[in-house]
Design a protein around this ligand. Sequence first.
Ligand code: UTP
Length: 605
Amino acid sequence: MASSPNLEKNLSLLTPDQVELGMMLLEMGQAHLFDSWPDLGIDDDHKKCFFHQVALLNSSYPGGLASYIKTARELLADSKAGKNPFDGFTPSVPAGEILTFGDDNFIKYEETGVKQVQYTAFVLVAGGLGERLGYNGIKVALPMETTTGTCFLQHYIESILCLSEASCRQAQGECPRDVPLVIMTSDDTHERTLHLLESNAYFGMKSTQVKLLKQEKVACLADNDARLAVDPKDIYKIQTKPHGHGDVHSLLYSSGLLREWKDAGLRWVTFFQDTNGLLFKVIPAALGVSATKGYHVNSLAVPRKAKEPIGGITRLTHADGREMVINVEYNQLDPLLRGTGHPDGDVNCETGYSPYPGNINQLILELGPYIDELSKTSGAIKEFVNPKYKDSTKTAFKSSTRLECMMQDYPKTLAPSARVGFTVSDPWLAYAPVKNNPDDAAKVPKGNPYHSATSGEAAIYRSNNMILRLAGIKVDDPVSQVFNGQEVEIWSRIVWKPKWAVTFADVKRKVSGNSSVSQRSTLVIKGRNVLIEDLSLDGTLVIDSVDDAELKVGGSVQNYGWTIESIDKDDRALPEEMRIRGFKINKLEQLEKSYSEPGKFSLKL
Ligand code: UTP
């Protein structure tokens, strides 16, 4: 057995549990961790801290550190050998539902889905570093749009609350529980997420309704033998990096929440990400698809052009009988198809899109089968390793690496009998994440989405315009504008609070007659029972009313309105939230009406 004289000299410092951890490290080939340790009496507190860290790394990984190191060795050997994880699998197109916003099918799914909301737990994964965006704050605190300045987290919480109210209304008032929200955080986001919630009274949710689960980082690996990397700045610390959003499954499992939810009668768990302001527009219909089709796993997706850099949802069948429906990264899908009898690889079909829909990483899982599966795996998700080698001998890394896991790899361990499907919806409706900083977004090849703060905000307006257009309001076509080097379509700035409408049926109920909104206009609807009838808007109109007021709004509004003005992203005097968009809203003139008394009102402008 391996030994370490330096560790032995310090054994009297340690508790029996720590001695055991030390022995485990030696057995797992980690003696180098103690190479620079001085004699007893020097830096003793640091040595104890080292073992506290080891204990944390050991307890927060399913199977402990020994299991982590063993898996790392296997995956590093596969990576060195250039082994393809999909060897022996044949891809084919899985079955799923393709939605068309606003048609009868969509409305039917929405109605079914709304009923399910009161049986749903929502899980937001928000532990990511957000390195690509490079924003100094947490991403969920960013304004989703700057017309009202509502941040992502506020929008998510209000959407969940309103959907759950709608769900109770459908069930004729029967509402046995508050719909739970879990937020997975990490050391990088935890304190700031908690502060955002607490300083805003949880945006209207009960504090007991929201649970934060903090993910821990995992140990870095210095070489192909999976020797743990020592922090370059501190010999008593193992270097750590994020393990990925796949941690959400083991955290939910070990927290005991899944059982609690099951006992409380919940049926679904909906996972979503930090900066997709459109997602809740499709959640009701997607839940409806899950319930109607009895999907154990429902991956939300958008149509994807062949070779577009977004993972494709694929059925993989192995010669040995294994089968799974899984996200295959775009750079793996094309070679996989070519190697299995499709000489052209990933190509568009008659729809003009690849038959493999684009994964947007929002999942709806059926709780019962989810618990059954996690009881077998304890929530461990198939991991991968992505070392950056120094040269083609693949013997040394440019910098330390670590194992990673992804939330969407959950179906990898499921039995072929599991019902795994997908729901495709229009990208204008469902997907506009804010991931990229302005410089990187400006370099995105033409035709591919920018996924920046600029495009994310423009997408909110586009979506709201498209929805109102389908509901019968005449909205102007957008104009093309360039901000931060990105060409985006700017539609009129129409924004509503979730309490005005969370489904298309809500929107249709609240819009009637002949209304129009010009491209330069801004319309902000804050009140619940605001009915738009024969309104002609050319400027800015902001309407608010208390919940028990019903307000009919019509007539003609014309004023200077609110304009969108370019700003210099490098102007440090401006707030970062503004600079990453490349524009600001200049509030010149508006008509603002607010009704604070209950009753029925008609506002003829
Ligand atoms: P992204 O892929 O956008 O990663 O995560 P990121 O870490 O936020 O950003 P980059 O890659 O550093 O630029 C998708 C979602 O998963 C969460 C993120 O918060 C985001 O909601 N996530 C990511 C976690 O919760 N934990 C992680 O370890 C990684």
